[in-house]
Unconditional design. Structure first.
Length: 424
């Protein structure tokens, strides 16, 4: 059996959790309560597509009710399943806790490939999904707040908002039922690029510590560093753009149809590559670039920083030994399996766990709103990274940043439960 198949995604998250949980002093009951998913809603609904009816499979998982509302993205992908949504929901709880955002983690998913549907069909599927969530009280500003994720964006959030609003038109707070909506619908400037920017700020902070960089054979700072990005969607594109603007050299870029490498070492202009992909339909054959047959080949390029920004579990037991990056900055959720992590840590790779999926409440509106999002995010990511790093450096049984991140998260969620007085 391939090592990629050894653990499901949720089991992988549980393994990361257990590794950190055993370093804490909390009772088994409390740790169990933190680890499990509190509510799992599995839905099947019919939608008329063309001349036939398709039964659509969808999910919403609320991992933790220790703070409400729950919050987390909605993913459209043909690979969606309950295990994946449970894993993503639990990761959201830990990310929110690390950055002190007072929400429980949640995630949703619809098992469709959005490329196979027209916008009108996607709208019908989305509105029906939203209606199913409303029916079971699985959505609402005080209950559970969806956001964009893989395969979804502001458009889908607008459809969900409109559906929710139709059923709750007298509720002045109903616009708070989703984040990541269009600006005209009450969305916040700066939200779209926030996840990519958070990854940038976190990596920049990690690379400012001279002793850590020296251990990797690197100088401090992002400027000039050879960088590879997998996935040029919302998160990946903005990551690439922020790294490029900070002087990183984008020597490898990957999309689902293949990847490109810059043999000159100067680095691509991400906007130009995106424009090329738009006009030709593929990232391949970009002028001056070397084509790589498989998108995953980019993960194995010789580079300083590797940013997986597409999907989970792309670095696994079968390819980890060939990954040459000195730093892996996670932008996707869960891109590294536990067995791959063991291999990477053994060879000294620095893994920066993704904690960037943060949305603080912003109350200003107008042109300065994006500045507020940016500066709030910058401070949040710097503080979060240094809290994780401090646990890593101080605790003699914590040997890596992910265990440190889970440790910090568990302590914070445990604190919220302990204050409830249920657990001894
Ligand atoms: P997206 O749909 O906007 O983009 C994903 C991109 O990855 C697409 O362009 C897709 O074609 C590409 N892709 C798919 N398979 C690939 C492969 N094998 N190799 C290379 N590229 C591939 O999705 P997104 O919102 O950017 O999400 C990407 C990741 O970031 C996901 O893991 C998601 O959970 C995570 N994330 C997203 C957000 C958000 O705010 N959008 C927040 C937190 C985390």
């Amino acid at each position: 059996m391939s090592s990629k198949q050894q653990f499901s995604f949720f089991e992988s998250v549980e393994r990361y959790f257990d590794k950190a949980a055993e370093l804490t002093n909390h009772s088994q009951g409390l740790l169990e309560q933190i680890k499990v998913c509190n509510s799992v809603y599995q839905i099947r609904f019919p939608v008329k597509i063309g001349n036939s009816v398709q039964v659509i499979e969808a999910y919403r998982v609320q991992h933790s009710h220790h703070k409400l509302p729950c919050k987390g993205g909605i993913r459209y992908s043909e690979h969606v399943n309950q295990d994946e949504v449970m894993a993503l929901a639990s990761l959201m709880t830990y990310k929110c806790a690390i950055v002190d955002v007072p929400f429980g983690g949640a995630k949703g998913g619809i098992k469709i490939n959005p490329r196979n549907y027209t916008p009108g069909q996607l709208e019908r599927i989305t509105r029906r999904y939203a209606t199913e969530l409303i029916k079971k009280n699985f959505i609402g500003p005080a209950i559970d707040v969806p956001a964009p994720d893989y395969g979804t964006g502001a458009r889908e959030m607008a459809w969900i908002l409109d559906t929710y609003h139709t059923f709750n038109s007298s509720n002045i707070d109903s616009y708070g039922c989703v984040t990541g909506k269009p600006i005209t619908q009450g969305g916040i400037r700066g939200r779209t690029e926030a996840t990519g920017l958070g990854v940038f700020y976190g990596t920049r902070e990690a690379m400012s510590h001279a002793d850590d960089m020296e251990a990797l054979g690197l100088t401090t700072g992002i400027e000039g560093k050879r960088t590879v990005v997998q996935g040029l969607g919302n998160v990946g594109y903005h990551c690439a753009k922020f790294f490029q603007d900070a002087g990183a050299r984008l020597i490898g870029l990957s999309e689902y149809e293949g990847a490109i490498f810059d043999p000159s070492g100067k680095g691509f202009d991400v906007d130009d590559v995106v424009a090329h992909r738009k006009s030709t339909g593929s990232i391949l054959n970009y002028p001056g670039a070397q084509n790589l047959d498989h998108s995953a080949d980019a993960l194995e390029l010789e580079c300083d920083i590797l940013i997986p920004a597409a999907l989970e579990r792309v670095i696994h037991g079968d390819n980890a030994a060939r990954v040459k990056a000195k730093i892996i900055a996670e932008a996707a959720n869960g891109p590294i399996t536990p067995d791959a992590e063991d291999i990477l840590l053994a060879k000294g790779t620095m893994i920066l766990p993704d904690v960037s999926d943060v949305e603080k409440n912003i109350i200003a509106h107008g042109a300065d709103e994006a500045d507020l999002v940016y500066s709030g995010l910058e401070e949040t990511m710097i503080t979060a990274y240094n809290a994780i790093r401090e646990s890593w450096k101080r605790h003699n049984r914590i040997n890596d940043l992910r265990t440190a991140a889970f440790y910090v998260a568990i302590e914070k969620v445990a604190c919220a439960y302990e204050e409830l007085g249920i657990f001894p």
